[in-house]
Write a protein that binds this ligand. Structure first.
Ligand code: PBG
Length: 331
């Protein structure tokens, strides 16, 4: 006879379902919690005034002029998100990426404006050349190869100009060798020893950056990024990258992308115990948005499940285009 009574006499001592019986019970034993404190919102800053242009492949993400970037930072703060990551879309591009360290370029202007108008928001800047070079590569080209050391000199100039404008954190995303140590020394020499370095330490050569390159106009004109970004198949190498960046002075280390690299996040966190960031990148965001638009997934649930997984893997810092939406959902 298969009644409830007869099952109860099976003598099952451990019933894991007991702790799932109601929401307060589930909340009581929940292991991973998300907070808006974990989130960083990326912003794409362009020239002009009053510009707010939606990126076609990234719904609800915009190219913003400085005045609009300030509004967006203020809106993020109102939602509970206290950190933004700035990317620059300068009109002027050349073969050495000189707009990367132009004090009047969009990023430098946005840093000053956000620090002035929205105090309390941490301003993080992406340090790379790909948004600033006319060929779209992350560094200086010599015979069509990215030349490591001359590129590092340019990155130091960019990082120092961000610090001079008031950035709290600089985030080198170029994957050149030795750039963290060079940036640390360059900042310290000029008295910016309190500026934090968040290194894109384990950055993979990923197909999931596609929509970003539309947003930032940074698709390489020829070739790819395989000579500096990591092979998706490797994880021991990621640990070596992270170790080297920590030795060179990184304060925070990042794994990027996030969802396809949760094992890397977990291993990095376990091996080093450093503040660990994960970048939930443009393609990961675009996939959820596209599926949601088709009515194929429940977007709010898929968003929270994704962000929870990244947090559970070990990242306390999550860079995501969903930052505002997720913060509102948590409120
Ligand atoms: C490079 C940079 C990229 C991203 C962040 N910094 C693009 C790339 O390496 O091609 C991608 C972020 C995203 O896809 O959301 N400056």
């Amino acid at each position: 006879m298969t009644t409830a009574h007869s099952y109860s006499r099976l003598g099952i001592a451990k019933r894991l379902r007991r702790l799932r019986s109601s929401e307060p019970m589930r909340a009581l034993v929940r292991e991973t919690r998300l907070s808006p404190d974990n989130f960083v919102l990326p912003l794409f800053v362009c020239e002009g005034e009053g510009v707010r242009r939606e990126v076609p492949s990234m719904p609800a993400v915009f190219n913003l002029s400085v005045d609009e970037a300030v509004k967006e930072a203020a809106a993020a703060r109102a939602d509970g998100v206290n950190a933004v990551l700035l990317f620059g879309l300068p009109d002027h591009k050349d073969d050495i990426g000189s707009s990367a360290y132009d004090p009047e370029a969009p990023v430098q202007a946005a840093i000053r404006a956000i620090k002035r108008e929205v105090p309390g928001v941490l301003v993080i800047t992406d340090v790379c050349l790909c948004e600033y070079t006319d060929h779209g590569h992350c560094g200086l080209l010599i015979d069509n190869e990215i030349a490591n050391d001359p590129t590092v000199d340019q990155l130091v100039r960019a990082a120092v100009s961000h610090a001079a404008a008031g950035a709290d954190i600089v985030a080198p995303s170029d994957m050149m060798d030795g750039r963290v140590g060079a940036i640390r020394a360059g900042l310290d020499d000029r008295g910016y020893d309190n500026v934090v370095i968040m290194s894109y330490a384990a950055k993979y050569c990923s197909a999931f950056y596609g929509p970003f390159r539309d947003a930032a106009g940074s698709t390489p004109k020829f070739g790819d990024r395989r000579s500096h970004q990591m092979d998706p198949a490797n994880v021991d190498e990621a640990l070596r990258e992270v170790e080297q960046d920590i030795e060179e002075g990184a304060d925070i280390v990042m794994v990027k992308p996030a969802l396809a690299y949760l094992d890397v996040i977990a291993r990095v966190k376990e091996a080093f115990g450093y503040p660990t960031a994960a970048y939930h990148v443009s393609g990961e965001y675009a996939m959820l948005k596209a599926a949601a638009r088709n009515g194929w997934i429940d977007e709010p649930r898929a968003m929270m499940e994704t962000l929870t997984a990244i947090r559970r893997a070990g990242a306390e810092i999550i860079i995501t285009y969903y930052a505002r939406e997720a913060a509102r959902a948590l409120a």
